[in-house]
Design a protein around this ligand. Structure first.
Ligand code: ZN
Ligand code: ZN
Length: 352
């Protein structure tokens, strides 16, 4: 994790900060490796301090490397405050007003707290080799679990039972879910965030299956839409449109490309097919320790893609009361384009 602290130190220099206080636990984990529920990190030029309490001293010894571990025995905020000097960035997007007020009461003379939320999240966008390996492994596990679930068939089962079967396969493979699985059959597929319910899956329906696994803290995310028999002409046409839209965006992905433009490539294909109003969400998002992180691929995104960012590409068409289709791949941005971590076939697949 040493390299990550170095990248944060460089980012602090750019922002004119002397110290950064990191309290968001996902960011703390990213920097130090610590997975417990109480910890904070203080970073500065040549300074790497990780603070926790006595409950986690042993865990920190096992997990944290490249950071000096301090066990705070008395007042937690006072223990943090005494390690701060000069201009201190804090995570204003995670720290409550109450905690900030309390911390400010304990700051030594001359220490100034400066809002610096998003500093660590910005670093997290670009993955290192260890992270890429973890995400690829999570994606592989999820794809294998989905393939096994498909093999067992959908027709006659409830959406919920199929979602539970998927979870069973993920757990058998040593992972957990990275988010609540979506299994949405027929008209349910028209809701992009449908919860799997008691609906029994019938024949001739399209089933949106959005799923992911988590391994070593890292998430995967992927969607396939299956058919239980012929979904009819409209269903087939919508499917082909979404697939062509996804292909257009995948071809647009490369370093330096704007998130807005990658989104636009798929959006144009969908609009040209007359479904512009039926694609109501952004094209994709970054994935890492969190299931949704930067960068964003959407019509309102200012993000520009960089090598080793990991993003989803997930266009969809949703026809209220009828059907939905979404196809989602998880890809790594590379020097000359992308590496696709999603391995399952994308031509319309029929499931029993
Ligand atoms: Zn998804
Ligand atoms: Zn997604």
């Amino acid at each position: 994790m040493r390299g990550r602290g170095d990248r944060l130190e460089a980012a602090l220099a750019e922002r004119g900060l002397d110290r950064m206080l990191v309290t968001d636990l996902t960011n703390v984990r990213y920097l130090t490796g610590f997975t417990g529920t109480n910890g904070a990190a203080v970073c500065g030029p040549g300074l790497r301090v990780f603070l926790t309490d006595f409950r986690y001293t042993e865990r920190a010894a096992a997990e944290v490397s490249g950071w000096e571990t301090v066990t705070v025995t008395g007042d937690w905020l006072a223990g943090i405050a005494e390690r701060l000097t000069g201009k201190v960035g804090f995570e204003d997007d995670h720290v409550s007003v109450r905690s900030l007020t309390k911390l400010q009461e304990k700051l030594p003379e001359g220490v100034e707290a400066v809002a610096a939320g998003g500093a660590v999240e910005a670093l997290r966008r670009v993955k290192d080799a260890e992270e890429l390996a973890a995400i690829a492994a999570a994606s592989k596990l999820a794809d294998a679990a989905l393939a096994a679930t498909v093999e067992e068939g959908f027709v006659g089962k409830t959406e919920r039972a199929v979602a539970e079967a998927f979870e069973g396969h993920v757990r058998a493979g040593g992972g957990t879910l990275s988010f609540d699985t979506i299994v949405a059959a027929g008209p349910d597929g028209a809701q992009p965030h449908a919860e799997p319910g008691p609906k029994v899956i019938g024949e001739g329906e399209l089933i949106v299956f959005d799923m992911g696994a988590k391994l070593d803290g890292y998430c995967s995310d992927g969607t396939r839409t299956y058919a239980t028999g012929d979904p009819g002409e409209e269903g087939r046409r919508v499917y082909e449109t979404v697939l062509a839209a996804q292909q257009a965006s995948l071809e647009a992905i490369r370093p330096g490309e704007k998130g807005e433009d990658v989104d636009g490539a798929a959006r144009k294909v969908i609009a040209d097919a007359g479904h512009g109003e039926h694609f109501g969400h952004g094209l994709g998002h970054g994935v890492g320790l969190d299931i949704h992180e930067g960068p964003r691929l959407s019509p309102r995104s200012d993000d520009v893609l960089a090598v080793n960012e990991v993003v989803t590409v997930e266009p969809g068409i949703y026809l209220a009361g009828k059907l939905g289709v979404r196809i989602e791949d998880l890809v790594v941005v590379t020097d000359d384009g992308l590496r696709n971590l999603s391995s399952l076939p994308k031509e319309l697949t029929y499931v029993d």
